[in-house]
Design a protein around this ligand. Sequence first.
Ligand code: DOR
Length: 433
Amino acid sequence: MLKTKKLTGKLLLQGGKAYLPEKNAIEKRDLLIEDGLLTGMEKSIEASEDMEVIDCSSKIITPGFTDIHVHFREPGQEYKETLKSGSEAAIAGGFTTVCCMPNTDPAIDAQESVRFIRQRQEELLVDIYPVAAATKHREGKELTEYGEIAAAGAVGFTDDGSPIADSGVMRKVLEYAKIVDKPVLQHAEDPGLKANGLMHESKVSTALGLPGTPGISETAMVYRDIQIAEYVGARLHFQHVSTAGAVQLIREAKERGVKVSGEATPHHLMLTDEAVRTFDTSTKVNPPLRSRKDVDAVRKGVADGTLDVIATDHAPHALQEKEQTFDLAPPGMIGLESALGVVIKALVASKIANLETVLERLIVNPRRLMQLPENYYTFKDTANLTIIDPKEEWVFKREHVKSRSQNSPFYGSQLLGRVKGVLNRLEIADFGL
Ligand code: DOR
């Protein structure tokens, strides 16, 4: 359980720096919060006796992070995660807004389930926006009711967990999404090429005797989808991009003005197929952990803006499911709590991107892509802030996990950059401020 405290009285976040989205810069700022509302933001604010002061030297204050790709498993699989437990995991990772995926049971494919999530999230600590199923029951055949579903509060359409495999259906999905002005989020894995693959097809899969999924299963579908999106003139976002080929195709499509975007997960930025040698079923994910060359290309894609967004694909599964053999365990790993530490280590420590770039991909670009309000640091508005120490080295442990599930391959890993506190919805979570 996550412990939070109600924000009452005056709180001064003093001596730190703040990430400023409009400049994509980090500059010295003090912030004053009164009864949970932001009332001051200056280079320096003097403390008075009626203020509680948090020393933020060595820390950076940012707007709360936004993760456009989480699986909160409600309705139907509450033993893995609920909207509440998922929200707590989000806060632990510095995320105050998330977009949840529709591969629940039943799928989020109608206005009622979209409304249910929008209503339920009002009682929780994070803002949750559902991305609705692109096709009924996520079967890839018949489209859902785009107008009704968008009006109920869905921010996009996807069959995530599965691709929209049929090209004709994909064309219709893009046409209808364009009419309601929402993005389509595609899980690009060609089912025929993926076949029964359990990991990336490589020397490692051969050595381990596990059937492989070749990189072209993603790259081929990205190629096809770019053609369709360009033809239709619709907005298409590629989830969890994992291959060098896909990164290059997205780069070229953007250069010629196609409305495509892409996301990278922390795990595809950090781990290669070598991680599967442990047979830890947490390393089983769709799309799979790829080669060094692919990881380097995904990193470069985030650095140069080809991949606009960092999103976790937080995919909780219960212990008894992940304790099965590699072939039977469901794919997915949790990712919210470790995201910042993994990403700073993968991109900033290795000098591939600077911290501002990482923060832009965690804060600004996700909101722009999903057309969420871009109201950063609004005076008299509820303070929605994440406080990080980008230089703190720490070892990721089970005790850091607030999710109902535990399936992470990062336990025992030394990470760089830590979330120290989060303010949202008039509450503060303190992780060592
Ligand atoms: O590894 C994955 N797990 N990839 C997905 O696309 C779906 C996710 C899940 O829902 O568990």
